[in-house]
Design a protein around this ligand. Structure first.
Ligand SMILES: Nc1ncnc2c1ncn2[C@@H]1O[C@H](COP(=O)(O)OP(=O)(O)OP(=O)(O)O)[C@@H](O)[C@H]1O
Length: 301
């Protein structure tokens, strides 16, 4: 496991923060960490990065207890509330962070230009960061997070300041980094972004972990089928009940829940065998939004 925590707790004077979080992230995966505002996401990430001291519990990055200097050299971080040195140019800022990572000039100089291009700041590297727009500042932050060629990358709301085109570019960049085997820990409120790039997710609510699994397992198990028939057929409904997890009837509409989409063909066969005439059919898979709402509305949010 590249990240592993056991009952990790960080509270502020006994309140807020994150509580008793036990989760694990496998190497090479893109992990989405979700939760409502104030749920404890940033606290958890800052604790893993050694920016906050845990109140209790254990945490390991790359197999070593948090705080290990050698491990920090392999970790990249884009904070949620980024604020950089206004008086430096983009290029100077990147060089400064490369040196903070202990990289020698011969290591970092050849890659500065490539990083500037990668985050879409071509032609802007000589400009002072103080004159950058918020989106440009977030882009330079992303370049800083990549300057040490991290094995593990923490991105806290990496597209919050970007326009739709910029969001797509960063999404593609995340997919590219993933294809290079980099593990990404992504905090995001944009569920469509999480659905597009993440393999696994965890949802945190009121400081506590509610759920953790692969995105596919959490969102694609059940299929909901809504079928409108020309006539109500009692024998058909009875036959369907023996095949489906759940059949709810609303006049001529049947709302059917199946364990798997492979069962759709069988359902259609049963309807045809019973001379049922289908007027309309729609399928709906459980979305990440449904899951998020179910997990975060339970405890009174
Ligand atoms: N420095 C602090 N002092 C006191 N309480 C804090 C501090 N930082 C965070 N908290 C509290 O801890 C809880 C979790 O905050 P955190 O910033 O970790 O949430 P988050 O999930 O990242 O929220 P958001 O999605 O809004 O960024 C909140 O109740 C917050 O008020």
């Amino acid at each position: 496991m590249i990240i592993e925590t056991k009952n990790l707790t960080k509270q502020y004077s006994g309140k807020g923060g994150c509580k008793g979080i036990s989760l694990s992230v496998s190497e090479g995966r893109t992990f989405g960490f979700l939760g409502p505002n104030g749920a404890g996401k940033s606290t958890f990430v800052k604790t893993l990065l050694g920016l906050l001291k845990p109140t209790s519990g254990e945490a390991y990055l790359l197999g070593k207890p948090i705080g290990d200097i050698k491990v920090r050299e392999k970790v990249g971080y884009l904070p949620e509330l980024f604020r950089y040195h206004d008086f430096l140019t983009g290029e100077q800022l990147l060089k400064y962070h490369a040196e903070l990572y202990g990289l020698g000039k011969s290591e970092y100089l050849p890659k500065i230009g490539g990083l500037i291009d990668l985050v879409g700041l071509t032609g802007k590297s000589e400009q002072k960061v103080g004159t950058y727009s918020k989106g440009m500042q977030q882009r330079i932050g992303l370049a800083i997070a990549l300057v040490n060629d991290p094995k593990l990358l923490f991105l806290d709301e990496p597209t919050s300041a970007l326009d739709p085109l910029g969001r797509k570019e960063v999404r593609d960049l995340m997919l590219d980094l993933k294809s290079q085997g980099i593990t990404i820990f992504l905090n995001s409120h944009l569920l469509s972004e999480v659905e597009a790039v993440c393999d696994d997710i965890a949802i945190i609510n009121n400081s506590e972990l509610v759920i953790q699994d692969s995105l596919a397992a959490l969102t694609q198990k059940e299929v909901h089928l809504e079928i409108t028939l020309k006539d109500q057929l009692l024998a058909l409904k009875q036959a369907l009940r023996s095949y489906c997890q759940e059949v709810v009837e609303q006049e001529k509409k049947l709302n059917i829940t199946l364990k798997d989409e492979k069962e759709i063909t069988q359902i259609l066969k049963v309807i045809i065998e019973h001379q049922g005439e289908i007027l309309d059919i729609a399928t709906k898979k459980k979305s990440l939004e449904d899951l998020f709402l179910a997990c975060t509305q339970k405890k009174g949010n």
